[in-house]
Write a protein that binds this ligand. Structure first.
Ligand code: SF4
Length: 361
């Protein structure tokens, strides 16, 4: 880790940026500037290159609800668990989701118990499988606007295939960003460059103006993040805020029209629970009426179990997703480690707890 930190500290351009951030930070005197990121890849870069330790003490970098597996609530995973126990059903999903523990167990445990749960690297593998088998193939789809076009594409391609469907935990990012802007006291938001690559800059611009809070669409290298921080700091405190596009080589104003069209044609939005946040209106992508035959919830009559607010949960992922540093969770590194995760933030490589554990000093 020290090696990575030294790489940044000794890079001429990174040094210039760090000096400029230091200079700009004096403008805030003792005031702490809270900067939240919305992407596991940003958090990975920040932790791997020890950017927190290179910044002035009044700049606080916090991790937000930007890991799609981490924000998927237990209730939605429970529907996958229920389906996995049915006869003649094959569940496919990405590896991360398999290990997420819930109060009812995990998909991995179901698999060990004999259920047919398979890891795929791409939804097209699930579709191919449906073509070759008579069993029902249900793909558990998770992700933000970056992976949703792939799911949409598979649904459109499925045509008359009758034994293929999806359980959708796809989310869109804007409602979560709006929630953070409204309910937490962040000063600057680092926005996910790959999501912006799909949806364009307009949704971020709208939020920046509405809440007068600088938003920077950022790339993923250490210098991208440092440059984003500097650009947002220069804007902070001005009369109005805009969305700055630091990742302009990749992110176009209009986004990716084809990917947006696929999402729009295939999905509609539904209110949904986000772990650690609660219910966010119109934040979950589910199949449109025209494609409802591919909606596993409807096809198999699934219902989400209700969890009472008073039910205890030792995992503090909810707090971590809203900016709490993982080290403050009493389970961190003890009862909860990547090989024995107690919550989703320790399972996935995009989760703040596993990132903090892997990069612990
Ligand atoms: Fe949950 Fe483990 Fe993270 Fe604690 S350390 S919040 S138990 S995932």
């Amino acid at each position: 880790q020290k090696v990575y930190r030294d790489i940044v500290a000794s890079d001429a351009y990174a040094r210039q940026l760090l000096d400029a951030i230091e200079k700009e930070s004096k403008r805030f005197n003792e005031r702490k500037l809270k900067i939240m990121n919305f992407c596991g890849t940003h958090e990975n870069t920040i932790a791997k290159y020890s950017l927190r330790s290179l910044l002035p003490p009044n700049i606080q970098l916090l991790s937000g609800p930007g890991c799609p597996v981490c924000v998927t609530p237990e209730e939605e995973i429970a529907m996958g668990l229920e389906l996995a126990t049915r006869k003649n059903v094959i569940i496919t999903t990405f590896g991360d989701l398999l290990r997420v523990p819930t109060r009812w167990g995990s998909l991995e445990q179901c698999r060990l118990g004999g259920a047919d749960v398979r890891i795929v690297y791409d939804i097209s593998q699930a579709l191919d499988l449906a073509r070759k088998t008579k069993a029902e193939v249900v793909h558990f789809a998770v992700g933000f606007e970056t992976t949703a076009p792939g799911t949409a594409c598979a649904i459109q391609e499925a045509g008359n295939i009758e034994n293929f469907s999806i359980l959708s935990s796809h989310r869109i990012t804007s409602p979560a960003m709006e929630y953070v802007m409204e309910h937490s006291k962040m000063d600057i938001l680092l926005c996910p460059g790959h999501v912006a690559m799909v949806i364009g800059t307009a949704p971020f611009e709208e939020l920046a103006q509405k809440y007068n809070l600088p938003c920077v669409i950022s790339g993923f290298e250490p210098v991208d993040i440092l440059q984003s921080i500097l650009q947002a700091m220069c804007q902070f405190g001005k009369e109005s805020s805009t969305a700055i596009n630091q990742y302009e080589n990749v992110v176009k104003t209009e986004g990716n029209p084809l990917a947006k069209k696929l999402i729009e044609e295939t999905f509609t939005l539904k209110d949904a629970t986000w772990r650690g946040v609660g219910v966010l209106p119109e934040s979950r992508l589910v199949c449109r009426k025209e494609y409802s035959r591919f909606d596993a919830e409807l096809k198999f009559g699934l219902t989400m179990p209700q969890i009472k607010a008073t039910e205890e949960n030792a995992c503090m992922c909810g707090d971590v997703l809203m900016g709490m540093a993982p080290r403050y969770c009493p389970n961190f590194g003890g009862g909860c480690r990547p090989e024995h995760p107690a919550g989703p933030c320790m399972v996935t490589g995009e989760g703040a707890c596993s990132i903090a554990y892997i990069n612990r000093g």
